[in-house]
Design a protein around this ligand. Structure first.
Ligand SMILES: Cc1cc2nc3c(=O)[nH]c(=O)nc-3n(C[C@H](O)[C@H](O)[C@H](O)COP(=O)(O)OP(=O)(O)OC[C@H]3O[C@@H](n4cnc5c(N)ncnc54)[C@H](O)[C@@H]3O)c2cc1C
Length: 417
């Protein structure tokens, strides 16, 4: 891999940046691969990367129907953290956070990781009890976290309204994970595509998977808009479209696809240097490097595959925002957008084998999979390469909905599902 560095920057400046090398190839699909990953989002690309890096499988392809990161990877609000309640969740999300901490150096691409901390607000006594329980559970699992009172929240976030008299949902305190923060989403897609390409993986865009062929219960290949590709291992990492891919193989997944919206304000001077979330009033906020306030909310309350949501969610989100941060009331919105998220009934993901041999699913990350991108890819690569889950993702199989061993993370999700 040719390295990006201060020297390559200076050299290319001399030729007006017109001679930068190509970051990755755009190959035509081969007839056969040892594994095919469907979905060129962060999870699909990182799965392919770790398949090659950790398991030596380099004859693989990532098939993306649109452009890299054009799904939820490029549409999220970039928050990363690992402070989930249950031990199984702490394992996989913390693995993800640790990988985030090293990935910039590892793949020589600046992911703009900013560990500016994440606060989850509590607005009533029960919120505060669950926050205390979760922070204690986090610490037992080796995940950093502290509980803050309202005054400490105010010191950290001066623009927040902590008045107990003129708010419907007063701020009583919060959890705080100092190692949480944000990372740049398009950088992840491009950096991992470049790293995949360097390891010999074919990253194929504008190619839609339209069918999954099976013989005697074993995957034999995928039909695509660029022809049939033979393979005995298929990893489906298609977020909101996972149910559609499952249908191609005659499987039903316990996921529902819903729109999830986000928006940004016009850019302003720095006013907030951390990330603040509130599951109770359904709004969260951070500030981008450009100065925009990045604002997110809960899912729209209907199923669908459209990447657009309804105005009522924005209205509720902005009402909550203005109550919590009165100084934003005169700000103009710059743009808003939506993704299509796949939500499991217990708000935890699926990284699972299926009744079809050689077909694996990594989905159900709902509103919170960005932070887990690398941990998810790392575990899923192990699952595909060895045909069995890694201990870190064993609990996240489809079987939990038969056995009842669900992993209920609704309380730790940033926003309500
Ligand atoms: C508005 C919004 C805000 C969010 N905020 C956060 C946040 O702050 N923190 C957080 O942790 N998470 C957040 N999330 C969730 C997070 O973005 C996702 O969980 C995560 O990015 C999913 O990544 P992925 O690679 O699995 O999916 P995607 O990036 O959606 O990739 C799936 C890819 O599969 C492709 N595909 C689908 N069908 C086919 C087919 N038939 N053939 C070929 N390709 C196909 C799609 O085109 C897509 O590119 C947010 C999501 C949204 C929408």
């Amino acid at each position: 891999m040719r390295k990006y560095s201060i020297f390559s920057l200076a050299r290319n400046a001399l030729s007006h940046h017109e001679n930068w090398w190509q970051a990755w190839r755009s190959p035509e699909p081969k007839k056969r691969y040892d594994a095919v990953i469907i979905g060129g989002g962060g999870h699909g690309l990182s799965t392919a990367y770790y398949l090659a890096k950790e398991h030596g499988m380099t004859n693989i392809a990532v098939i993306e129907k649109g452009w890299l990161g054009g799904g939820n990877t490029g549409r999220n609000t970039t928050i990363i953290r690992s402070n989930y309640l249950w031990t199984a969740s702490a394992g996989i999300y913390e693995k993800g956070l640790k990988l985030w901490e090293g990935i910039t150096q590892e793949v020589n691409f600046n992911m703009m990781l900013s560990q500016r901390g994440v606060l989850n607000l509590g607005h009533n006594l029960q919120d505060m009890r669950t926050i205390e329980r979760r922070v204690n559970a986090n610490r037992l699992n080796g995940v950093d976290g502290v509980v803050l009172n309202a005054q400490q929240v105010k010191e950290m976030v001066p623009i927040i309204n902590t008045s107990e008299t003129n708010t419907r949902f007063p701020v009583l305190g919060s959890s705080y994970q100092p190692r949480g923060g944000i990372a740049r989403h398009d950088a992840l897609a491009w950096g991992m595509a470049r790293a995949c390409d360097d390891l010999g993986i074919d990253v194929i865009q504008q190619c839609e998977v339209t069918g999954i062929r099976r013989e005697d219960g074993q995957v034999t290949g995928v039909d695509t808009t660029k022809g049939f590709i033979e393979t005995n291992k298929v990893g489906a990492v298609t977020a909101g479209n996972s149910g559609v891919i499952a249908d191609m193989a005659g499987i039903r997944l316990p996921v529902q696809s819903r729109p999830l919206q986000a928006l940004v304000s016009e850019p302003i001077k720095p006013v907030i240097d951390t990330v603040v979330m509130s599951g109770a009033v359904h709004v969260y906020i951070s500030q981008s490097d450009k100065g925009e306030l990045v604002i997110g909310a809960g899912v729209d309350k209907y199923n669908g595959y459209g990447q657009k949501g309804s105005i009522s969610v924005i209205e509720e989100q902005l009402a909550a925002l203005v109550e919590l941060y009165p100084i934003v009331s005169r700000l103009r919105l710059l743009r808003h957008w939506a993704g299509c998220v796949d939500v499991c009934p217990d708000a935890s993901p699926l990284l699972t084998k299926t009744p079809v041999d050689g077909l694996y699913f990594n989905c159900g990350w709902g509103t919170g999979g960005w932070k887990a991108t690398l941990g998810s890819g790392w575990c899923f690569a192990h699952t595909i390469a060895n045909d069995e889950p890694h201990p870190l993702n064993e609990a996240f199989s489809m079987k939990r909905f038969e056995t009842g061993a669900v992993i209920d993370e609704h309380g730790a999700a940033g926003v309500a599902h």
